[in-house]
Design a binder for this molecule. Structure first.
Ligand code: IVH
Length: 752
């Protein structure tokens, strides 16, 4: 694949994955199977590895997913809740081990703890002085939804710790799960209820029509199949849904459990070895893994993984792999982490399982950017590595052609634990004699525009910017929580607005009136008022949200923030020279491969900077921006971000409990003055803020690395100084557009 196609494909995959992630994590209503999802992610990771110039810190392959939903309050985790990288074979396991040895500068073998990877939903519990004070979901890794009120549904999670040496503060992570038996019980109950409802409905309709309901006490196979589709697909989905139930009655009728396996924050006690954790947790009355093993060196790790795989079916809950953790916790901080996962641990995913089934149909999906993806509609495979598989991606036209995949064929579907689902190929012996090669559509199934093909792989794209799924996708993205956060603009409402009120782009949203909304069946007085109010509120959203919402290719949340903070206003970005944009970190010269063709000369420019320029050079986009301006949207960034203070560009880590403020507040202050807060001390850390307790692992690492340690008083003095700088600058009338961020060292503090 050439560079242009790769970039387009990477962007398409990122957008698609983000959409499915939201459907799965936020709405608990996945549209594709886990395998399809994992396969999309696998393809994205492979492409990103092949084309590192398109690295993006906000790519779903990099960041931890997001399960935040509107019904719960999002609360900051004390330490970020990380995910794990995966290994799929011995070579990758050995690579993980040798990379870790290199980072730590260790010659001999490392000792690991090997334990089951529970297939549930991540949770984080906080105990203060032994009392459970909070239970959060993973959320986006930084913040999680506060589900404390539902904690009672996790039957083995104690309210109080027992035993000795109870920590003063404990943030403990684990997996909430549902045992398979409990899952089956609830699924059967739901099936029964749906069947009864459907029969009652059928009888009512028959009575109305024929005055006779006597023949309507059974359902057809088709009707039963519809019900089957409404049932939860696996224990994991049901666990995630149950944790966020608002209805206490339903919640009481379900049993969740938890296994705790990793520490986020601990104060007043210390765990030096991962292998000590299960026992220590049990001593405090906390449920933890009941199978774990010591292994020294990669080959022993593999032996233990194989032992675990032998017995995995005996656990009453689903597992989808093994987790390998470095035993010596004092080395964890030194090993550090990537943007989303620690370097001292990894997950081994179980081998691929394969099954054969019939390919019933091929459907076509059109994405927000017009990308066309063929999807295999399969005769459901009941259980492939623990889940039901109904659909699988067919990637693109050439994949179907190369494998000569035909409707009616028996196809081989592969699913590797969680990852890599794919239609691997066709069982030719079973091919029906009347089958014909699949003819890939040449017109868009949604808008009938002739599809355009691009790249070596001849990927199809719908070129019509007005194609309904593209229009809907762009508006949904603009309104989404991560962008303009316009509440009440879910997928269904957006469809109505597009189909019935002719909304074509984000600016049209601001022409909606209460009366127009009330002309739609879906709106009542209250919901119409709420949407109008949300739209009104969104007009003063921060600038970066607007930039992100515009859907500029390659510009995710972080890059939108960087643009807003460097340029200070949308107009400054519109006018910016490409060289200026390029000077931003991550917008720079990563994609500098020489190209032969003149037509792609521009690609010698940094991709992200170019994408910004291309967007703002487009007349159509400029018109949209003018209409947004007329609607009264905020086009300028807050002014404090670019103040040059002692915090600017510095990385802080906080340890212990500050007397004068909570961690959230300390973090907000540091960020307001241009600093960043990280969870662990590494060579990149500029300051550790400590409550004076020097025995903790963060303080010890800081001492080892020579990181300056600030007392709480030092920190308060720094804030004081930054506030004075702020007052002085605002008195001078300095604004951020005129004061670009500098990477200068802060003035020496008098306290050092
Ligand atoms: S340790 C910083 N241990 O798998 C270490 N995670 O695919 C974080 N998981 O995000 C995790 N069983 O939600 C750990 N025994 C186990 C686990 C486990 C399941 C989940 C966890 C993690 C995900 C990564």
């Amino acid at each position: 694949m050439n560079e242009i196609d790769a970039q387009k494909e990477i962007l398409r995959l990122r957008a698609e994955i983000a959409k499915h992630e939201e459907l799965y994590r936020v709405h608990n209503a996945p549209e594709i199977s886990d395998e399809e999802f994992d396969s999309l992610m696998h393809t994205l990771r492979t492409l990103e590895k092949q084309f590192p110039q398109f690295y993006d810190a906000t790519s779903p392959s990099v960041r931890v997913g997001n399960d935040l939903s509107e019904s719960f309050v999002a609360v900051n985790h004390l330490a970020p809740m990380l995910s794990l990288d995966n290994v799929f074979n011995v070579a990758e396991l050995e690579e993980f081990d040798s990379r870790l040895k290199k980072v730590l500068g260790v010659q001999g073998e490392l000792t690991y703890c090997v334990e089951p990877k529970i297939d549930g939903a991540g949770v984080s519990a906080v105990y203060e002085n032994g009392k459970l004070v909070r239970l959060l979901t993973r959320g986006n890794g930084e913040k999680g939804d506060d589900i404390t009120r539902n904690a009672f549904a996790i039957k083995n999670l104690p309210r109080k710790l027992t035993g000795d040496n109870i920590p003063t503060l404990l943030e403990i992570r684990g997996e909430a799960y549902m045992e398979r038996d409990e899952f089956e019980r609830i699924k059967n109950q739901q099936r029964q209820e749906l069947i009864e409802k459907a029969i009652a409905k059928k009888q009512k309709e028959a009575e109305k029509l024929l005055n006779n309901a006597s023949n309507c006490d059974t359902l057809s196979d088709e009707e039963l199949a519809i019900i089957e589709k409404k049932l939860p697909a696996n224990p994991r989905n049901l666990t995630a849904g149950t944790m966020k139930l608002l209805d206490a009655q339903t919640l009481r009728n379900r049993e969740l459990k938890v296994i705790l396996y990793s520490i986020g924050t601990i104060e007043g006690a210390e765990i030096k070895h991962q292998l000590d954790l299960p026992k220590t947790l049990k001593n405090w009355g906390l449920p933890s893994v009941n199978w774990y093993a010591t292994a020294t060196g990669a080959s022993q790790v593999f032996e233990k993984i194989s032992e675990l795989e032998e017995i995995r079916a005996d656990f009453p809950f689903n597992t989808d792999g093994a987790v390998i953790k470095l035993d010596d916790c004092t080395l964890h901080e030194i090993a550090g982490m990537t943007s989303h996962a620690p370097r001292w641990a990894t997950a081994w995913k179980y081998r691929a399982e394969r099954a054969q089934t019939r390919l019933n149909a091929i459907t076509i999906q059109v994405g927000r950017t017009g990308a066309i993806t063929p999807v295999a509609e399969l005769e459901p495979i009941e259980n492939l590595s623990g889940t039901e598989v109904r659909r699988a991606t067919l990637h693109n036209e050439s994949y179907i052609a190369e494998k000569d995949i035909r409707i009616g064929d028996t196809v081989i579907v592969e699913k590797a634990g969680e990852i890599i689902p794919a239609v691997l190929g066709v069982v030719l012996e079973n091919r029906p004699p009347e089958s014909i090669p699949y003819a890939f559509p040449t017109i868009c199934p949604e808008c009938n525009s002739p599809l355009k093909k691009y790249g070596e792989k001849m990927l199809s794209r719908c070129p019509n910017m007005s194609c309904p799924p593209q229009v809907r996708g762009r508006i949904e993205h603009f309104a989404s929580r991560g962008c303009m956060d316009i509440r009440g603009l879910g997928e269904k409402i957006v469809s109505e607005l597009v189909d019935k009120l002719g909304v074509k782009d984000p600016a049209d949203l601001y022409t909606l009136t209460r009366e127009k909304l009330l002309s739609l069946e879906k709106f009542k007085d209250k919901s119409a008022d709420n949407l109008i109010e949300s739209l009104e509120k969104s007009k003063s959203q921060e600038l970066w949200r607007l930039i992100f919402g515009l859907g500029i290719l390659e510009i995710g949340e972080q890059f939108a923030k960087d643009l807003a903070s460097k340029f200070g206003s949308l107009d400054a970005i519109i006018k910016a020279d490409i060289e200026d944009i390029k000077s931003l970190e991550g917008f720079g010269s990563k994609s500098t491969k020489k190209r032969k063709s003149d037509s792609v000369e521009n690609l010698n420019q940094p991709v992200r900077a170019l994408s910004v320029r291309v967007f703002f050079d487009d007349q159509h986009n400029l018109e949209l921006i003018e209409r947004l301006r007329s609607a009264g949207l905020n086009f300028t960034a807050e002014q404090t971000n670019n103040l040059n203070t002692q915090f600017s560009g510095k990385i802080f880590v906080i340890t212990g409990t500050l007397k004068s403020m909570g961690r959230d507040k300390a973090k907000a202050i540091i960020e307001k003055f241009g600093g960043k807060v990280a969870s662990s001390v590494t060579t990149k850390t500029n300051y550790l803020i400590s409550d004076g307790e020097m025995n903790g692992s963060k303080a010890q690492t800081a001492q080892k690395l020579g990181t300056p340690i600030l007392s709480e008083d030092d920190f308060l003095q720094m804030i004081n100084q930054a506030e004075q700088d702020e007052d002085r600058d605002s008195a001078k009338g300095i604004n951020q557009a005129e004061t670009p961020q500098t990477s200068e060292q802060p003035q020496q503090l008098s306290l050092f």
